[in-house]
Ligand binder design. Sequence first.
Ligand SMILES: N[C@@H](CCOP(=O)(O)O)C(=O)O
Length: 422
Amino acid sequence: MKLVCVDCSKEVPAHLFDYQCTCGGLFDIIHDTSAIDAEQLKRVFHERLSERITPYASGVWRYKELIFPELPEEYITTKYEGNTGLYASALIQSYVGSNSKVWLKAQSENPSGSFKDNGMTVAVSHGRSLGYQRFTCTSTGNTSSSLAMYAALAHHESYVFVPNKNISLNKVMQTLAYGAKVISFDGTYDDGIRFYEQYSKELGLYICNSINPFRIEGQKSIVYEIAQYLNWNLPDWVVIPGGALSNVTALGKGLQDLKNLGFIEKVPRVALVQAEGASPFHRMVAGGHTELTPEPNPYTRASALNIGNPPSWKKALRTLEETNGVTCSVTDREILDAKAWVDKSGIGCEPASAATVAGLRKLIAGQVIDKDETAVCILTGNMLKDTDALQEYHLGESAQASYPNKIISSQLTLKEIGAMLS
Ligand SMILES: N[C@@H](CCOP(=O)(O)O)C(=O)O
């Protein structure tokens, strides 16, 4: 295993771990897979589906050989993350106007309620193996909840920086309740990352944001799991939301692993969906530019996507190139309407996740995605991560007329209502 800089291609042995190269570029982790017997490994992954107790019962560590083969088991900090549902939803298929199967991959079912757990279990385990006892991140709330949970499990400390506005209080409370020291600051996630880039050495804390390549390695398991559940036949499209862009980066890296090992024959196309108010990456791609212009004041109601200067944009661009991918942006209204249908389907998600369903609908309407093509939308966070969004949508002044279910209120007694219903 070695670290390779995405900017200057400098190679560094993994034991000299750092977040950034001396040139300022982020590192990728590259594994030596030459000794892997792919068929044998597939059988091992299959056998581990019936594990209950060992770390291999985790939907991340099930794939340890492709994620972090060198890690001694004693450092693994797991809550059996992953193992999340993959649902084919007829309701969502009809909502997006598709003739073909649409799956929802519910990363929202992870132990802390978001996809961050897939990467965090690996980052915290790696940090422990290096001897760290204090962990940190800056976050709009999902990364911080996940970090706080794993740090607590490992009996270690976590220090979390959260913007003082435009994030969900539920997530901040979840982080606090897991025992993190929560420091609210005047700024955005982007400011927090800049701070770490400058001070990571002096802090002496292990950084758990996605500038840490071990986070990306763990998040690759999301697409491994989808592929394994579908017997190694992926849908035509994978639709994914984009904020910090770690998810799409990991998706691309995971797809290349599967292809290179011969686990899958065809690489699906990737559709990356951003919220209109925080869409610097989409604007770059749509404008045919090769450099990202940061958005200084990102704002979307899908607060997990409130990121104007995504650190992983170069890695994300590679995913698009390798998968013949596309990008699009959707409005907050489109996101919240799509969310209402994902919730009604019984699966549920936080607003950021619903950008995928809104994006799929838009891309089908625009004939970028064919109605006859299959797709999987990755849902990143749980419905209860942002209960304000639920209230605003269902009870607020602009409660949506398009949504069929309302609270039925009446002056009748329960006995009278019972008589009416019988
Ligand atoms: N929405 C994210 C933003 C942080 O991204 P990361 O991948 O760098 O941790 C959050 O939950 O904080």
